[in-house]
Design a protein around this ligand. Structure first.
Ligand code: MN3
Length: 200
C-alpha cells in the first residue's frame, strides 16, 4: 500500500496574508508530493512498505537516510497542514491549562517556539511535544521529528513549525523571524487541542 498525499484541507489562499497562496501551493503540491514519491521509492520491496509512517519513524535508526528524510517529510507536512487554518481559534480547556502551567502564558510559549525555530541553523522544524505528559519545546534538523528513536527530545508532537526556507522565502525572503511571528495568526488551536488530548 503506497503512501499518498492528501489534498490540502483548505484553499491555497486560506492563510493569506500570513502565508501566501503561491507558497502553500508549491509547498503542498511539489515539496510534500516529492517526499511522498521518494518515500514510496525508498520503501518499495522492503518490510516498511506495509507499515504506517509512525511505525517506521519509531525505529528510524534501522532505515537508510532516504526513508528518514522522506518519511519524516511526509509525516511532518501532513501534520503541518492539519494544524494550520484561519479559524481565529485560541487554546482552550486542558491545553490552555497545560500551556500556562508549562510556560506561564501563550505568549511565552510562542516566544520559546520562535527562538527554537530561529536558532535552528539551516533547515528543520520547531516542535511542541507531549513528553511524559508534559509540554516541551524543541527543534530538529532536516525532516527529523520527536517520533524518531534518534530524536534528542522524544514524544508526541502536537505543533510542528516548518523552518525550511521553502516554507517562507517567497513572501519573507531571509526574514525567518517575521514568518515565525506571522504563523501564530493561523494556528488551528482546535486541532492542536485534539492532538494534545490524544497524546495524553
Ligand atoms: Mn516544508
Amino acid at each position: 500500500m503506497a503512501f499518498t498525499l492528501a489534498p490540502l484541507p483548505y484553499a491555497f489562499d486560506a492563510l493569506e496574508p500570513h502565508i501566501d497562496a503561491a507558497t502553500m501551493q508549491i509547498h503542498h503540491d511539489r515539496h510534500h508530493q516529492a517526499y511522498v514519491d521518494n518515500l514510496n521509492k525508498a520503501v518499495a520491496g522492503t518490510d516498511a512498505e506495509n507499515m504506517s509512517v509512525e511505525e517506521i519513524l519509531a525505529n528510524i535508526s534501522k532505515y537508510p537516510a532516504a526513508v528518514r528524510n522522506n518519511g519524516g517529510g511526509h509525516y511532518n507536512h501532513t501534520m503541518f497542514w492539519e494544524i494550520l487554518g484561519n479559524n481565529g481559534s485560541k487554546p482552550s480547556g486542558k491545553l490552555a491549562d497545560a500551556i500556562n502551567e508549562a510556560f506561564g502564558s501563550l505568549d511565552a510559549l510562542i516566544e520559546k517556539m520562535n527562538t527554537a525555530g530561529t536558532t535552528r541553523f539551516g533547515s528543520g522544524w520547531a516542535w511542541l511535544t507531549v513528553t511524559d505528559g508534559k509540554l516541551v519545546v524543541s527543534s530538529t534538523a532536516n525532516q527529523d521529528n520527536p517520533l524518531m528513536d534518534v530524536a534528542e527530545v522524544k514524544g508526541t508532537p502536537i505543533i510542528g513549525i516548518d523552518v525550511w526556507e521553502h516554507a517562507y522565502y517567497l513572501k519573507y525572503q531571509n526574514k525567518r523571524p517575521d514568518y515565525l511571528k506571522a504563523i501564530w495568526n493561523v494556528i488551528n488551536w482546535d486541532v492542536v487541542g485534539a492532538r494534545y488530548m490524544a497524546a495524553l
